[in-house]
Design a binder for this molecule. Structure first.
Ligand SMILES: NC(=O)c1ccc[n+]([C@@H]2O[C@H](COP(=O)([O-])OP(=O)(O)OC[C@H]3O[C@@H](n4cnc5c(N)ncnc54)[C@H](OP(=O)(O)O)[C@@H]3O)[C@@H](O)[C@H]2O)c1
Length: 348
């Protein structure tokens, strides 16, 4: 999508959509919606909001989008305002802070407000519901990668269609999402879509530990073999549990491990669409490790461990990856593909 710097502010044009957690995903989704004329309110940390106050919000993507929203057109808050009734809330905090953010929303917003979790993992909507049962919690799924490239500049580095649980609040906004360049598919049940995304997200720890941009990491066969092994382990457990993960990208989930294990020249050729990732994209877990923050490993590989446990089984490869990520702060150096395969106990 090509766009200019022109943008409507959307201020005072009806009930706003509220972003809870103005970070990579919150600023990108919220910024695209505001640029398309949807009134937006952003709740975030002073660190990010100060950058937005100074630089405004710039949105870029691999399809040459470049839009800028001036600082004075942004409604920025460090706490959830108690005097608004948003038509929808986009929950975009990391999984570790879901319960806290949900409780803050619950304390400030009218009962019944629809909140869609745009987070990775499977359990965030349920965790949030437990913390604020008076709000209407919906699961969502963001298929693409967003990174903050410069203060206030949020860049989408891959592509895909947003998905969420069907609900009147979202149905009313589908056309706005479309206009914002964020096509959104609604599903009666999002579980299969969330599992499909989670299988892809198993690359997050591989990418984070590699220290490489996504594209460079995926072009290294050893790292792909690690991801393939983690996916195969999860796929076997899903099959036993009778769960059919949805296809998120160009290939059905069960075909991806074989593709990943191909020699790199063949992989490059066959996976051309999958590799439509610009050179800057990294997993957000890489950023968490770099910044010394708690990662989302328990919401990703941890779900595979819980799936195994529910069947009286184990998931040793994913368990080893959880241990590697948790141990990383003790020895914060990038891990080669050879070392990662050895640590996951994969054959040569
Ligand atoms: N980035 C991606 O490419 C991507 C893609 C698909 C899905 N996702 C998922 O989207 C979710 C958000 O990821 P992200 O990369 O956007 O994370 P992020 O950049 O860390 O953004 C989250 C922001 O929310 C802030 N926050 C947390 N609790 C808050 C509160 N109570 N009030 C106000 N602000 C609060 C965080 O501050 P602190 O750091 O101080 O907590 C942080 O600034 C995650 O579940 C992630 O897995 C991300």
């Amino acid at each position: 999508m090509h766009a200019t710097t022109a943008h409507p502010t959307g201020i005072d044009a009806g009930p706003p959509v509220l972003v809870m957690g103005a970070g990579a995903i919150g600023c990108y989704l919220g910024g695209c919606l505001q640029a398309a004329g949807v009134p937006m309110v952003f709740v975030g940390r002073a660190r990010v909001l100060d950058e937005l106050r100074e630089h405004g919000l710039t949105l870029t993507d691999l399809d040459a989008r470049r839009q800028h929203i001036a600082p004075d057109a942004l409604r920025l808050h460090e706490a959830v305002p108690a005097d608004i009734a948003p038509s929808l809330v986009l929950l975009a905090v990391k999984s570790g802070t879901t319960a806290e953010a949900a409780a803050l929303l619950g304390a400030a917003l009218p009962a019944g407000t629809a909140v869609v979790s745009m987070q990775n993992g499977l359990s965030n909507a349920a965790i949030a519901r437990a913390a604020a049962p008076q709000l209407r919690w919906l699961a969502g799924m963001v298929p693409f990668n967003v990174a903050e490239l410069a203060p206030g500049q949020f860049h989408r580095g891959t592509s895909g269609t947003l998905a969420a649980q069907d609900d009147p609040a979202l149905r009313a906004l589908v056309a706005d999402f479309e206009r914002a360049g964020l096509p959104l598919q609604l599903h009666a049940d999002l579980r299969a879509v969330q599992w499909g995304k989670l299988l892809l997200n198993l690359n997050n720890p591989v990418n984070a530990l590699s220290g490489l941009p996504l594209r460079a990491q995926l072009m290294t066969r050893g790292y792909r073999q690690c991801l393939a092994a983690m996916q195969l382990e999860a796929l076997q457990l899903l099959r036993r549990a009778g769960i059919a993960p949805a296809r998120i990208g160009p290939l059905p989930p069960h075909r991806i491990p074989a593709l990943l294990r191909l020699p790199t020249p063949l992989f490059r050729l066959i996976a051309a669409r999958m590799l439509r990732i610009d050179a800057k994209a990294r997993s957000s877990m890489a950023e968490d490790l770099r910044a010394g923050r708690v990662t989302e490993i328990d919401a990703l590989c941890g779900e595979v461990l819980r799936l195994a446990e529910a069947q009286g089984l184990t998931a040793p490869i994913n368990a080893r990856m959880v241990a590697l990520v948790k141990a990383w702060p003790l020895r914060p150096v990038p891990m080669s593909a050879v070392d990662m395969k050895a640590a996951l106990r994969l054959p040569g």
